[in-house]
Design a protein around this ligand. Sequence first.
Ligand code: ADP
Ligand code: NI
Length: 203
Amino acid sequence: MIDETVLDAASRYVQTFFGDDATGHDWHHMVRVRRLAERIAVQEGADRGIVALAALLHDVDDAKLSPATSDDLGNARAFLANWDISPADAAAVLTAIREVSFSKNGATPPSTREAACVRDADRLDAIGAIGVARAFAFGGAHGRALHDPDGGDRSATTAHFHDKLLKLKDLMCTDAGREIAVARDAVTRGFLDEFLLEWEGER
Ligand code: ADP
Ligand code: NI
């Protein structure tokens, strides 16, 4: 059982940790993933406290942001050790965090219901209106082109849509996540269609 005090502390921790990171990992990402993951958890009958805590902490050991701790989840472990959390709960949180990463887990199914909720929520935050905004924020922060009409520049932000974002709907692990993904995916595709029409001066 994860109590509210721990969740409040985790919220404060990630607010300090991520601050206003401009690459799509500002702390509001953690807040949104928590909200969505809890919504999915209710529908999936998963443990809401574990899901909420894992969602808040899911990027503190991200390989890009904290390479030194990404293997042992050192930052999440250190946070969990500071609070009165049972070993079973701490292990469940760490499992969910470990199984979120797209690059590490790809299409391998999560081993627990809680991990599935957090993974789906993290991926959902990369599609739909928010996902489109995050992709261009990431591209801007890295000085990348919006679009390469010849398709040769794979670092252009629209290439990321094809490389990753348009695939996420079919990688959902929960029914609740899939339902939300269908709506968000339509928004992503609608945006891309409109973007390309405007690019060509057809609209
Ligand atoms: P997370 O694991 O939290 O989804 P990522 O590091 O995979 O984090 O991505 C963070 C955000 O940056 C996502 O919204 C993702 O779509 C976006 N992003 C990552 N790589 C690119 C890229 N090459 N071009 C545009 N956006 C990107
Ligand atoms: Ni994330």
